[in-house]
Ligand binder design. Structure first.
Ligand code: UD1
Ligand code: MG
Length: 453
């Protein structure tokens, strides 16, 4: 196999998204479109991987390092079309013998499909192999003109295609595998298309066949090569992405009675046999272990739910939450940076942040870890089998020892030793038989007020 380089084109302005955010930074399944494409590209183990970016979109450049630290950035200034972008990429990749072109706005492609494209190309003698597809909605895609033997003659952009081509021809996914030695000379000679003032990569194919080269086509799954140019298409692809992830989860043995209501992230891990009830949202970084149950209307992000734990309904697990084996987090409980010990319970209405809770501890309804003093965050530690009475405020930094009891309604500002009882609230006064007299006093006052008005 000769040296494979990959260029991911991501310099387009994405004006059709109409919201000012760079198109390739829009999230799909909880991570940017570009991160999906870079992850897929990396799976092919290329010798070099370049991303073509517009220097005016520094917000994209700033994120590339976290998406793929080894990706090289090639600046396209100004962006003058996909053909211009590939020309610049190839100049920056002098060692490339084959160049695989991917578009930053086409995030659903699978590595298997790209491997098949490279494998088919290898033995074909083609100067270029193009990935084609036949999506249900064809608007916006270039069309492939094939000869009677199924060889690719040219790619025609939609605005220039005749009705026959528009109706019958397969669409251009944008993915192309190019013989670098052949296309290097041709790329600088692409025509400038006046309607957009751009050099189209698609024009390369007509140029190659005119020069006597052979171009091949490989057809992909109709959904996989869908591109995103608008919010509507982004939402449509999110639906496709979600459906595929849910199907994979169900196939692996996850129990999800209403899968269409569950939102998954690109990296959600759920063990076979775990139960996900209707209307649960997973942000990035969540792992759910075997036998755990996530009940309806819960929102999880950056959280681990250990074996047999039950979360929700209506729970919110924020980043850094680790819910121990068999633990319970009930309705209207919010957690952040929390290690909840095995078998511990926080069943109702609580905020547990920057805290460590021991095994079998019981956190009463309305407990708040007051972790923020307006300047810095502080930690709360609650020992094994401690009991925190309802409506307690634990003002951090503070430690409640193992097996200690905190009385309901306490505001705890100092450490409580193990096995101690701490009560910190106004004490109750009871005055026997005083209620009737008090009521008469109130009634008199009201009558006097009425007479004055
Ligand atoms: C392009 C193809 C079309 C194909 C479709 C597939 C061309 C001329 N047309 O159209 O045949 O069916 O993709 O989705 O190639 N980009 C750059 N620099 C530029 C312009 C674009 O890097 O100067 C990048 C964009 O960021 C994007 C990709 O190239 O990731 C495609 O550009 P876009 O403007 O979306 O092209 P389409 O109109 O979708
Ligand atoms: Mg596009």
């Amino acid at each position: 196999m000769s040296a494979l380089a990959i260029a991911v084109l991501a310099a387009g302005r994405g004006t059709r998204m109409r919201n000012g955010l760079a198109k390739v930074l829009h999230p799909l399944g909880g991570r940017p479109l570009l991160a999906h494409v870079l992850a897929t590209a990396r799976r092919l183990e290329p010798e070099a991987l370049a991303v073509v970016l517009d220097p005016r979109a520094q917000e994209v450049a700033a994120r590339v390092g976290e998406m793929d630290p080894d990706a090289r950035i090639v600046w396209q200034d100004p962006p003058r079309g996909t053909g211009d972008a590939v020309r610049l990429a190839l100049t920056a990749l002098p060692g490339a013998e084959r160049l695989l072109v991917l578009y930053g706005d086409t995030p659903l492609l699978r590595p298997e499909t790209l491997r098949e494209l490279t494998a088919r190309h290898a033995g074909s003698g083609a100067a270029a192999s193009v990935l084609a597809f036949r999506p249900e909605r064809r608007a916006g895609y270039g069309r492939l003109r094939l000869d009677g033997d199924g060889r690719l003659l040219e790619i025609v952009e939609e605005r220039h295609a005749d009705p026959a081509l528009l109706a019958g021809a397969p669409c251009n996914s944008g993915v192309m595998l190019l013989e670098a030695g052949v296309v290097r000379d041709l790329l600088p000679r692409l025509p400038l298309r006046p309607e957009k003032e751009e050099y189209y990569l698609t024009d390369l194919i007509g140029g190659l066949t005119a020069g006597g080269h052979f171009c091949a086509v490989v057809e992909a799954d109709p959904e996989e090569a869908l591109g995103i140019n608008s919010q509507r298409e982004l939402a449509f692809l999110e639906a496709v992405f979600q459906r595929r992830r849910r199907e994979a989860m169900l196939d692996s043995g996850v129990v999800m009675p209403a899968p269409e209501t569950v939102f998954l992230a690109f990296d959600t891990e759920i063990a076979p046999g775990a139960v996900i009830e209707p209307h649960v949202v997973f942000g990035p970084g969540v792992r759910v272990a075997e036998g755990a149950v996530v009940r309806s209307f819960s929102h999880l992000e950056g959280a681990t739910v250990e074996a047999g734990a039950v979360v929700g309904p209506f729970a919110r697990l924020r980043p850094g939450s680790r819910i121990g084996a068999g633990a319970r987090v009930g309705n209207f409980v919010e957690t952040k940076n929390l290690a909840l010990g095995a078998g511990a319970k926080a069943n109702h209405l609580a905020y547990l942040g920057d805290a460590e809770v021991g095994e079998r501890a019981n956190i009463g309804a309305g407990t708040i870890t007051c972790n923020y003093d307006g300047v810095a965050k502080h930690r709360t530690e609650i020992g094994t089998a401690a009991f925190i009475g309802s409506n307690s405020a634990l003002v951090a930094p503070v430690r409640i020892g193992a097996e200690a009891i905190v009385g309901a309604g306490s505001t705890i500002t100092r450490d409580v030793p193990p096995r101690a009882v701490a009560v910190a609230r106004g004490s109750q006064r009871v005055k026997p038989e005083r209620a009737p007299g008090l009521r008469q006093r109130f009634a008199r006052r009201r009558a006097e007020k009425g007479a004055k008005e």
